[in-house]
Design a protein around this ligand. Structure first.
Ligand SMILES: C[S@@+](CC[C@H](N)C(=O)[O-])C[C@H]1O[C@@H](n2cnc3c(N)ncnc32)[C@H](O)[C@@H]1O
Length: 309
């Protein structure tokens, strides 16, 4: 069989992709590209790291180095550009903690998308964001979503998070809202029935079961009768990320938590079957709507609950 090495800058012929890593085959001829060769090398390195149990460590080091570089160059450039909402962008490192991406532009546009998704599900349930008086963003990070409520008249906006670095930035730069820090596992300092709308975007996805149940209870305490709670979870559409044993448990209605010991950080990942949310997590709240992949920025499912009066 003839094997050709083709250059990246040449167009591919109409390919039949037989092996997505190494080559394409056209009329019985295998074409290898430089890109695919590089990917092959990358796979060898990943395999090597995996086999000596260093993959996680190597990835963490790479992430930190990239973060350090992006942050440093951001500070050196003294990048004070404002986003189109007239508010500053957070430094790349903070963007990464909340969105998994160092790019402040991505941070801004994904937040705008997230805020739009929230407006949509509320509207379908007869509510506008401006109908509420007291809104809480639980696990608000550095205000990726909150900043998009700036300028709405007549509402008080609060945010709370366990990460004091994120809250410090938000407090300093997003003056229109009120920020607090809380602990991973302790009562919030807000009084009973303080809020008529609470949302938690990509927060329950990073908590072990005991914490999730505890926080649902706590958020229910500070929600007014008639108020709404919106959370996101990794549901059916994300189940393909699980290994086959966990898929089976997920399909039997069990909550799956990967790296439960890292609860509160992005290393912990929880996957929620619909029946688990409805029968266990919802507690005393009523499910108003479940929208699969409803949160357009995270691709996670929305659950909108209501505390009946
Ligand atoms: C993936 S980030 C999402 C941040 C923000 N909700 C957003 O959409 O940009 C998860 C956030 O949840 C916060 N978090 C995790 N556990 C928490 C808890 N028990 N209480 C408050 N915040 C928590 C983390 O510190 C982090 O900022």
């Amino acid at each position: 069989m003839v094997k050709l090495l083709i250059r990246n800058d040449l167009p591919w012929p109409d390919p039949i992709l037989v092996d997505h890593c190494n080559y394409i085959e056209v009329s019985g001829v295998q074409y290898y590209s430089n890109t695919y060769r590089r990917q092959g090398m990358r796979q060898v390195i990943v395999w090597l790291m995996k086999s000596i149990h260093l993959l996680g460590f190597a990835r963490a080091v790479k992430r930190e180095m990239v973060g350090l570089y992006k942050n440093l160059s951001w500070y050196i450039r003294r990048d004070n550009t404002l986003a189109s909402d007239g508010l500053p962008y957070p430094p790349p490192r903070l963007c990464f903690i909340v969105s998994g991406n160092y790019d402040p532009g991505y941070f801004f546009s994904s937040g705008a998308n997230g805020a739009k998704s929230i407006r949509c599900i509320l509207e379908r349930n007869g509510k506008q964001i401006s109908d509420f008086q007291n809104i809480l963003d639980f696990g608000c990070g550095c205000g990726r979503i909150i900043r998009h409520w700036n300028g709405i008249q007549g509402i008080k906006i609060s945010g709370t998070d366990i990460n004091s670095l994120l809250i410090k930035w938000a407090r300093k730069k997003l003056k229109f809202a009120h920020f607090r820090t809380n602990s991973l596992f302790s009562r919030l300092t807000y009084p009973d029935e303080a809020f008529d709308f609470i949302y938690a975007i990509s927060v329950f996805t990073h908590l072990k079961e005991e914490l999730q149940l505890w926080w649902m209870n706590e958020l229910t305490r500070i929600l007014r009768p008639g108020g709404f709670l919106l959370i996101t979870v990794k549901g059916e559409d994300k189940r393909s990320k699980l290994d086959s044993a966990d898929v089976e448990r997920f399909d039997s209605g069990k909550l799956i938590v990967v790296e439960a010991e890292s609860s509160g950080s992005n290393y912990c990942a929880a996957y929620h079957p619909d029946s688990y949310v409805r029968n266990v997590l919802s507690g005393n709240l009523t499910v108003m709507e479940h929208e699969r992949s409803g949160s357009k920025d995270t691709g996670q499912d929305f659950y909108l609950f209501r505390k009946m009066g």
